[in-house]
Design a binder for this molecule. Sequence first.
Ligand SMILES: C[S@@+](CC[C@H](N)C(=O)[O-])C[C@H]1O[C@@H](n2cnc3c(N)ncnc32)[C@H](O)[C@@H]1O
Length: 298
Amino acid sequence: MPFLELSLVVRTEQQPRAEEALDDLGALSITLRDADAETPDEQAIFEPGVGELPLWPTITLDALFDQHADRRGLAAALGELLPWLEPDQLNFAEVADQEWERAWMDQFKPMPFGRRLWIYPWNIEPPADDGLVVVRLDPGLAFGSGTHPTTALCLEWLDGLDLAGKTITDYGCGSGVLAIAALKLGATGAVGVDNDPQALTASRDNAERNGVADRLALFLPEDVEAEAADVFIANILAGPLGELAPTFAAAAKPGAPFAISGILAGQQDELLQRYAEWFDELRVDTREDWVRISGRRR
Ligand SMILES: C[S@@+](CC[C@H](N)C(=O)[O-])C[C@H]1O[C@@H](n2cnc3c(N)ncnc32)[C@H](O)[C@@H]1O
């Protein structure tokens, strides 16, 4: 399937906001490159999804959209989200599906999180060891392989909970990695929510791959039909986390442990204030430049 690629050249300090805007507009994947690199060999490529903050002075963000996406509409919406954007910072191209989005899978190795949990690429056979909880994953174009610090923060938090017999809601499920990990750690049922239909497809495929599809219900945000859960987790971005706080409060049972991530260091204070309306025992944990807030529904 070919894609529409929107490339954006920005200064380093503009990158987080530009990436958030592309994500909000529904980019299927976002890759970061050094805009000043002259040869492909010099162009270190960051993993898809929300990126780190590289030291390059200028950065090219390559965002993939559905091939039928409206170029003019995207350019106008970006102009509203990023008022400093000049037309010459933007470029559209059609790209063939060269499976390039999978090239990074070669770098994707088994990774441990917490005491028992491991994420394995779908094409590597895990060892037979009853003490390990293994999630087999093919993120495809959806975000969530475990390589990003925010996913890692969430996986470690899940590994530290007693999930036996519990239900969980994973809001912004991406590849389904968190919901599937929770099910493999003992949760009886999970709800995954994402506003990207491609993420729901990836979550379903991964749930099948892990033999937990019958315990995972998947919804677009507008279609959610689910009771409040025993545990709640959301790894999105600070903006939507702030807006969705009342939705999350309603989705978590009284006393439910909750965690949110996707928060850049420095963005946590406003969220702590907002979530204190519904959640207690709030604490902040950090990994690289990213933050996880956890606590308990009042
Ligand atoms: C950073 S990824 C997290 C994926 C996975 N849960 C993980 O931890 O790796 C965020 C996901 O949230 C979804 N998302 C962003 N804004 C959303 C919103 N307002 N409602 C539902 N999903 C949203 C994106 O499509 C994306 O799949």
